[in-house]
Design a protein around this ligand. Structure first.
Ligand SMILES: NC(=O)c1ccc[n+]([C@@H]2O[C@H](COP(=O)([O-])OP(=O)(O)OC[C@H]3O[C@@H](n4cnc5c(N)ncnc54)[C@H](OP(=O)(O)O)[C@@H]3O)[C@@H](O)[C@H]2O)c1
Ligand SMILES: [Zn+2]
Ligand SMILES: [Zn+2]
Length: 362
């Protein structure tokens, strides 16, 4: 049968400049190699990092860019060296798809901190082209960066765990929150990351308070997501009453904001962990840090082993994202809404049912 020898045709939606507007885009993926798994993409979550990158807010965009790193799909091809996956398996692909495999970080299952980490999109690919992400029909990934998607997790609402989930789970483990049963965690910013942090924090037995600009999120944060309490940052009396009550604050805010109130909420020896990645650097007030022997730390997604552990943990505890399922053609208005935090709490694209390769053909 006639077959194109060196092109593995693919289709997705790409941004072509810093307007970030996405439109249909035909490209090619590498052929499935001996170590690779080809994934037919079913669903892909819309992370705020996708938005930062396509609008070049981090200054590293290389267009055209197909974003998307919360990918759930079906393995349709596996290379001959792949033992962990077979055709037909439901699998996940997250934020990273490669690393050197030989540095200290890689040896400690921290591929996410490898100096040669390869991101799922907007990163150079092994064949010299640019990687493209999950707002597309398929992806070819080295099997070491493919995750087993547990049976108990739905493909659509489970997809956001592949970035949001691991981004909050990993610091909770590293900074001692996971063993902190009964301790008090503040989750700053109730968006894609924040709402998963509330659920995972509760599963770890923490007392969880949401710290938010948005009073309209209070009822559902408590009734639906399971938070114990809710602090609106503009309510100065309540913010004052909460001074010195928290052991940890996990800051997921995507835009410029003051860290001062967050430090005030911490007890002596409290830890502020920042995972939000705003466009501009945040001001670090050192007096409240020193005065309360407080600590500030960061965290970036997680390694492959821990990401699998997180998926299994979420399946066991029935933790999924609250999602709004959209069609591929809705993506530009969804991005506009994401800027305004107008989503409860993660957009997920129904890729398999709404991507139409007839679009964008010349
Ligand atoms: N470190 C990592 O590995 C990693 C991984 C994924 C994402 N991220 C970053 O984490 C951040 C959050 O991502 P996300 O997908 O959760 O975004 P998101 O869904 O847009 O949520 C961000 C939340 O931040 C709050 N917020 C937004 N603008 C604000 C402003 N001007 N001032 C104060 N609060 C504001 C809002 O919560 P309220 O309405 O409750 O205030 C909003 O819901 C992004 O910067 C993203 O790039 C980091
Ligand atoms: Zn992300
Ligand atoms: Zn490495």
């Amino acid at each position: 049968m006639a077959k194109s020898p060196d092109r593995n045709e693919a289709f997705g939606w790409a941004a072509n400049d810093k307007s970030g507007v996405l439109s249909p885009f035909h490209f090619s993926r590498r052929e499935n190699g001996d170590n690779d798994v080809t994934v037919k993409i079913l669903f892909c979550g819309v992370c705020h990092s996708d938005l930062h990158i396509i609008r070049n807010e981090w200054g590293n965009a290389r267009y055209p860019i197909i974003p998307g790193h919360e990918i759930v799909g079906i393995a349709t091809k596996v290379g001959k060296n792949v033992t962990g996956f077979k055709e037909g398996d439901r699998v996940g692909v997250g934020v990273i798809i490669g690393s050197c495999q030989s540095c200290d970080s890689c040896h400690q299952d921290l591929e996410n901190y490898c100096p040669q980490v390869v991101y799922t999109y907007n990163s150079p690919s092994s064949d010299g082209t640019r990687n493209q992400g999950g707002y597309s029909d398929k992806i070819v990934v080295d099997h070491r960066f493919v995750l087993r998607f547990p049976d108990g997790l739905p493909s659509d609402s489970g997809a956001p765990l592949l970035c949001s989930g691991i981004t909050v789970y990993s610091p909770m483990k590293y900074y001692g929150m996971a063993e902190g049963k009964g301790k008090h965690l503040g989750v700053s910013g109730l968006g894609g990351l924040g709402h998963i942090a509330v659920k995972i924090g509760k599963a770890f037995g923490l007392k969880v308070t949401v710290i938010s600009r948005s009073p309209e999120k209070e009822r559902e944060a408590i009734d639906k997501l399971g938070a114990d309490s809710f602090l609106v940052t503009s309510d100065s009396q309540k913010m004052k009453d909460a001074i010195g009550t928290m052991d940890f604050v996990l800051d997921t805010v995507s835009a410029d904001h003051s860290l001062m109130p967050l430090f005030s909420l911490l007890k002596v020896n409290g830890k502020l962990v920042t995972v939000g990645l705003p466009e501009k650097p945040l001001l670090l007030p050192v007096f409240p840090l020193a005065a309360g022997r407080k600590m500030v730390g960061g965290s970036m997604i997680g390694g492959m082993k821990e990401t699998q552990e997180m998926l299994d943990f979420c399946a066991k505890h029935n933790i999924v994202a609250d999602i709004e399922l959209i069609k591929m053609s809705d993506i530009n208005s969804a991005m506009e809404r994401l800027v305004k935090s107008d989503v409860r709490y993660r957009f997920v694209i129904d890729v398999a049912n709404s991507l139409n390769p007839a679009q964008g053909r010349l």
